[in-house]
Design a protein. Structure first.
Length: 140
């Protein structure tokens, strides 16, 4: 199963976009950790429903960091920075923003927003998950 398909399956099961991208990306790299999806949870819903950066995108950054991040001070991080910048730039170009609230128009803190999300925005967010996973396949 492709990492994109796996991420969509995980996302459709009820986990957040961040958790889905992180889980599928880590599996793609052959890495397993009890910390996944745990370390990704707080990023979903636009950084824990703060109307901030898209969770699918932050999941992608987590995966890139796992692949190219530094282990200690003095290690080079330029490769990671370049790949993250490429991911973010492409996401913004494709969708017009990287902000969850701008992309969805929903305040996830508002209980009334949950119904429109399930009816309308979940499919839209699935597209963000797919895009990020496809880009990860190119960047890893």
């Amino acid at each position: 199963m492709s990492s994109t398909k796996l991420a969509v399956e995980i996302f459709d099961s009820g986990l957040t976009c961040t958790e889905a991208v992180a889980m599928a990306g880590m599996k793609r790299m052959g890495r397993q950790s009890d910390l996944i999806p745990r370390i990704a949870t707080g990023f979903g819903g636009g950084l824990s429903r703060t109307k901030s950066v898209c969770g699918a995108l932050t999941g992608g950054v987590l995966v890139l960091s796992a692949a190219f991040g530094r282990d200690k001070l003095g290690d080079d991080r330029d490769v990671l920075v370049s790949k993250v910048q490429s991911l973010v730039k492409g996401f913004r170009a494709r969708f017009g923003s990287d902000n969850c609230f701008t992309l969805t128009g929903l305040d996830f803190n508002d209980p009334a927003a949950q119904c429109p999300y399930r009816q309308r925005v979940h499919a839209q967010c699935r597209g963000y998950v797919e895009y990020v996973c496809e880009r990860l396949d190119e960047l890893l």
